[in-house]
Design a protein around this ligand. Structure first.
Ligand code: CS2
Length: 463
């Protein structure tokens, strides 16, 4: 029997669930990119905020490309389970915050209609790094921004109708792993509107707010075996279940255009400056993740917990986090980066998560400029080297050649072209050269390249 409003009473009594009246809640949030991460993170916070008495923050999810999540959640009345897995237990919570999922297809204006609804106060985003249609140097890629599945035409249509209806502006809340994600979304959206509708750009700049956020929860892609395990424990079939770790963190810049949910009542941190948290997270957690992905795949590992148990990789990740990333920015008062590194190592070691390195290895061209390159550039200016990040960069350059199968990256063709008729050194140079897939960002020089393990053999580390 499938999870849905009518069957919820049959869920196993051990599963936690919301206690508020779902039908009485207005939709206050439109979330674009309703993948597993949103369901295990922002929707989970919102659900608990409504449980704590906050009202009218039901979420309408929007998918920009695929109908998969709509097919999972709509037959279940939006209900799904978050399964928190540690080494010895799995804790379930059925989340009621999501009302419906709409697929934004050309010619169907339901998604824009959600943005125009007067009760909508927040439009939030988990569209992944590549969803922002940025070139490597951070500027808007106009062609990608106009392509099918892009978020920008939808925002254009929805915000224009909102302004024309005389409704107040919105908070546009980026929840993706980009440095200063709020400012980036604002800059990119205004660049898009400047070309298409300059008057609307003025209205958006004046009436909308773009807080930055740091989001953190490890959410591996759900597998069929995970769905079976949740079914066993819940007593109902849930096609939309998501698996995650017990840990979760959300730091939000308190700069909203109107009212906001009381996410701070359920553990989120509302702060005036997100940057130190976001920088630590991107450079230490995500930077270590990407290093584990490319180096771990080369060493024959499949999962994060296996890679971090490999002594050579463990030592490299400690050097990357503590010696290179943590020394590359000023921490906020009271921010303990040594303890943060320790906690990250423990999270990576969680064997119950089965977090695939291949999932993290995707879209490297979009991730590396936030995770590794600012650290390398910081240390180069001071004349210090980053052997761990350079080793990881070497593994990434080999990865884009296709060493681990098809390269899953919006720049795959350009990345692979860098390898045509050349070796590791030549490929690295041409990736970062003007016109290369990574041009316009920090680029390694001869000395850096010399430090990148250059041989094409599969096991470049000792140990
Ligand atoms: C990972 C992130 O796939 C990746 O690139 O590094 O999804 C990571 O698991 C999350 O940012 C953790 O909060």
């Amino acid at each position: 029997m499938r999870l849905a409003a009518a069957t919820l009473d049959r869920a196993a009594p051990g599963a936690e669930r919301f206690g508020y009246d779902r039908a009485a809640q207005a939709i206050g949030i439109v979330h674009i990119g309703i993948g597993a991460f949103h369901r295990a993170h922002q929707a989970w916070y919102t659900d608990r905020a409504m449980d704590a008495g906050d009202r009218d923050w039901a979420i309408a999810g929007v998918s920009l490309r695929s109908a998969t999540v709509a097919g999972q959640l709509n037959p279940q009345d939006g209900l799904y389970t978050v399964a928190e897995r540690s080494a010895d237990t799995t804790r379930l919570r059925v989340v009621g915050a999501v009302r419906e999922v709409v697929v934004a297809t050309p010619g169907d204006d339901r998604a824009a209609g959600l943005i125009v609804a007067p009760e909508t106060r927040i439009v939030s985003f988990t569209i992944t790094e590549k969803g922002y249609a940025r070139r490597a140097d951070g500027s808007l890629d106009g062609q990608a921004a106009d392509a099918g599945g892009s978020v920008y035409p939808l925002l254009h249509a929805g915000l224009k109708r909102r302004r024309d209806a005389g409704l107040p502006g919105l908070t546009l809340l980026s929840c993706d792993n980009l440095a200063d994600n709020g400012r980036q979304l604002e800059r990119l959206l205004l660049a898009y509107l400047d070309v298409h509708d300059a008057a609307l750009a003025g209205w958006v700049a004046g009436e909308c707010a773009f807080p930055s956020t740091m989001v953190d929860r490890i959410v591996p892609a759900t597998t069929p075996a995970d769905l079976d395990a949740v079914e066993q424990q819940l007593g109902l079939r849930d096609e939309g279940a998501v698996l995650t770790e017990p840990f979760s963190q959300w730091v939000i810049e308190d700069r909203f255009a109107g009212r906001r949910p009381r996410w701070d009542a359920v553990g989120a941190q509302l702060v005036t400056d997100v940057v130190p948290y976001e920088t630590a997270k991107l450079r230490m957690l995500n930077g270590a993740h990407s290093a584990l992905a490319y180096l771990g795949l080369e060493r024959g590992h499949t999962f994060v917990h296996e890679a971090i148990a490999d002594p050579a990789l463990r030592a490299l990740v400690e050097q990357l986090m503590r010696g290179e990333a943590a020394t590359s920015f000023p921490p906020a008062p009271g921010q303990d980066l040594a303890a943060y590194a320790e906690a990250l190592l423990a999270r990576f070691a969680n064997p119950a998560l089965q977090h695939r390195l291949a999932q993290i290895a995707m879209d490297g061209s979009q991730k590396i400029p936030n995770r590794w390159l600012p650290v390398l550039s910081y240390h180069r200016e001071r004349g210090t080297r980053c052997p761990a990040i350079l080793a990881a960069l070497g593994a990434w350059v080999r990865h884009v050649r296709g060493d681990h199968g098809k390269v899953d990256d919006p720049q795959a063709t350009a990345l692979q072209a860098a390898w045509l008729g050349t070796d590791m050194t030549g490929a690295t140079r041409s990736l970062f050269a003007p016109g290369g897939a990574m041009s316009g960002v920090w680029s390694p020089d001869g000395e850096d390249i010399a430090l990148m393990p250059g041989s094409p053999e599969k096991r470049p580390l000792s140990g």
